[in-house]
Ligand binder design. Structure first.
Ligand code: SF4
Ligand code: SF4
Length: 237
């Protein structure tokens, strides 16, 4: 990825201002007030500035914004959008820019994890039996704690009130965090379940601007809700 030199001058004659006009982000209405920049929690990191990204998009600087690291610094928090007097949809714009990037050039493990999820149902490529083993193992540890005697993890419980997805790191490096969730469910008397397949709770398709794969992930969760006859979903990421 490239850093943008914010001090360079740009030849306006070589730009294509209409390039992204069909997007519904309304970037052309920007009045350069910089309220977005002042609200943005990551403004200044590697010279990132949402106002400049909006201007570059309005000017159709496709190569520069697609290759830049800037769109990947944004956390999608939406603070800029809430303050923008022109109602410009900056997080949506950032997602559109990310979606233009070649999938193999998506930073970090995001695309690789998503590819694994397409194949296996989760970003780790974890087989069903390994997933169930990990959950049951953690449940045994919970059951050893005072107040949780007899605790069992309700996998694939039909007719439960709530289905929860699970972020893959909770069955990988952060199993202690599973316990926190389960103890809250237990204390609240919640009737909950987790699916043994397609349980992945990350939104990396959404985050990387890959709407097609995100739709696959959402469809799979809906399928599990229908299979288990659960009406409520908790997708905590
Ligand atoms: S807050 Fe809105 S109008 Fe102001 S600079 Fe940012 S995008 Fe432009
Ligand atoms: S959505 Fe992105 S650009 Fe907007 S305030 Fe949050 S981090 Fe900054």
């Amino acid at each position: 990825m490239t850093d943008i030199d914010t001090h360079q001058t740009t030849d306006l004659n070589g730009l294509d201002p209409g390039r992204f006009r069909d997007w519904s982000c309304d970037q052309d209405f920007c009045v350069t007030c910089a309220l977005c920049s002042s609200a943005c929690p990551v403004s200044g990191i590697d010279d990132f500035d949402p106002r400049k990204l909006v201007r570059m998009t309005a000017l159709g600087m496709e190569d520069e914004i697609v290759e830049a690291r800037w769109p990947w610094i944004c956390t999608m928090c939406g603070k800029c959008e809430n303050l923008c007097p022109m109602d410009i949809h900056i997080p949506a714009m950032v997602r559109r820019i990310r979606g233009l990037r070649d999938r193999d050039a998506v930073p970090g493990i995001l695309h690789k994890g998503l590819e694994a999820a397409m194949q296996s149902g989760n970003n780790l490529g974890l087989p069903r039996e390994d997933f169930v083993f990990i959950l049951e193992d953690v449940a045994e540890e919970v059951a050893e704690e005072p107040g949780f005697e007899g605790f069992k993890v309700p996998i694939d419980k039909k007719g439960a009130n709530l289905l929860t997805t699970i972020h893959n790191k909770l069955v990988n490096t952060h199993t202690e965090d599973l316990k926190h969730w389960w103890k809250i469910f237990h204390a609240a008397g919640e009737d909950w379940t987790v699916s043994s397949v397609n349980w992945e709770g990350t939104n990396w398709g959404y985050f990387t601007g890959d709407d097609e794969r995100m739709k696959v992930m959402v469809d799979r969760i809906v399928e599990q809700m229908e299979r288990l006859e659960v009406k409520n979903l908790m997708w905590p990421e």
